[in-house]
Design a protein around this ligand. Structure first.
Ligand SMILES: NC(=O)c1ccc[n+]([C@@H]2O[C@H](COP(=O)([O-])OP(=O)(O)OC[C@H]3O[C@@H](n4cnc5c(N)ncnc54)[C@H](OP(=O)(O)O)[C@@H]3O)[C@@H](O)[C@H]2O)c1
Length: 359
């Protein structure tokens, strides 16, 4: 069942014709270009018309000539009077992904149900969950109870590694859809590469559920460069994102550069570095110049590189804070200064048996 239109009366977000001018700020960190929108637009049209039944647009394979141009940034108009900020979107192979997503990792059902109405109210439309978070059902309930219109949302979930089996994969996705109360998600990811199932087999199972209409777009998470390249090479449909840990202490420039070559958008998780970012004196000092917090500076640093950023908080006052990053731009000098915070031991998430050999 899809959510019904209703109580919040959330109107659709329209993509404006104007590319965001300030996203091409040059830094020493790779930036996605603002290329032609036309290819991506027509691919998205196919998805809209077919409602995901065909799953894969005919011209959507990642070819070397078109890859880089397919990841672009545009800005959405604020559709709601309560919204004070516009939301950038990242376009990748027809996917229009709100550049800031609300993640629900490490949130109880009660926390999810309490905070999602606030997230919708301030303007979040992109929600990120996973089978392993065990809160898909709470997210589904919360979105439905808030009266969110399905078409306004961008919903991502991730298949857990135990389900990378022929007899489990599609069934596990059906279960996720039931829990989320939707007919399909917008983006379905392989959560971790793991060390048990070949990447090609993982991608084949992911492609099958996409072809069956259970997700509009597919992607991967926590893949190293070699795995990402293999995924792109073997997939019938475009890999629109690689969701990886990125924050000022782990800039991931090598993976980001490789992803850009292939038109794979980077989705950054752990942007707060698990709580270290808001306390960082350098980020605080930079933020003071713009009247922003260290958390906002770090999220802006991610968005300004053309990444999609995920932000999680269970605290209502921080929901609005985290979204208020589209009304300022960091200077070149500040982007560079933040990039210099990256350090060799900056990685926080690397579970044995799941994580690859990192680049
Ligand atoms: N693909 C993957 O393997 C993977 C792994 C991890 C995460 N993710 C995704 O990425 C999302 C974000 O990552 P995360 O939630 O683990 O970590 P995170 O973004 O690094 O940080 C979350 C922590 O920062 C705090 N916080 C948030 N906004 C703040 C602010 N403005 N000021 C001060 N503190 C703030 C939160 O605490 P409060 O709640 O108390 O505010 C929370 O403890 C997840 O929810 C999930 O969707 C994906």
């Amino acid at each position: 069942m899809d959510y019904q239109g209703g109580r919040l009366g959330l109107p659709s977000c329209n993509v404006t014709d104007t590319a965001v001018p300030d996203l091409s700020v040059q830094t020493d960190v790779p930036v996605f270009g603002t290329g032609s929108m036309s290819d991506a637009g027509s691919v998205d049209g196919v998805f809209t018309l077919l409602g995901g039944l065909a799953g894969v647009a005919p011209d959507a394979r990642q070819s070397a000539g078109t890859r880089a141009a397919l990841v672009t940034n545009q800005r959405r108009k604020p559709p709601e009077s309560k919204r004070t900020e516009s939301m950038d979107i990242v376009k990748a192979h027809g996917a229009e992904i709100p550049a800031l997503g609300f993640g629900v990792f490490r949130m109880s059902d009660a926390e999810v149900e309490a905070i999602v109405p606030t997230a919708l109210e301030v303007g979040f439309r992109h929600f990120d969950t996973a089978q392993i978070y065990r809160n898909e059902a709470a997210l589904g309930r919360a979105l439905q109870a808030a009266g969110a219109r399905r078409d306004d949302l961008f919903l991502t979930t991730k298949v857990w590694v135990d389900n990378y089996r022929k007899d489990r994969f599609a069934a596990s996705v059906d279960d996720s859809l039931d829990r989320l109360k939707v007919d399909r998600v917008d983006l379905l990811l392989l959560h971790w590469p793991g060390d048990k199932v070949a990447i090609a087999d993982q991608i084949a199972m992911l492609g099958e559920v996409q072809a069956a209409g259970k997700t509009r777009f597919i992607g991967v998470s926590n893949q190293n460069i070699a795995q990402m390249k293999e995924s792109v090479a073997v997939s019938q449909a475009p890999i629109v994102t690689n969701q990886i840990e990125v924050h000022p202490y782990l800039d991931q420039r090598a993976v980001a550069a490789a992803a850009r070559e292939m038109g794979v958008a980077i989705t950054a998780y752990y942007g707060m570095a698990d709580g270290a970012v808001p306390r960082d004196p350098v980020l605080r000092e930079i933020g003071a110049k713009y009247g922003k917090t260290a958390a906002q500076v770090a999220l802006r640093w991610l968005i300004q590189q053309g990444y999609i950023a995920l932000s999680k908080t269970a605290r209502p006052e921080r929901v609005a804070e985290n979204l208020a990053i589209f009304d300022f731009a960091l200077s070149d000098g500040d982007m560079t200064a933040i990039g210099k915070l990256s350090r060799p031991n900056g990685r926080l998430v690397s579970p044995p048996g799941l994580a690859p050999t990192w680049d």
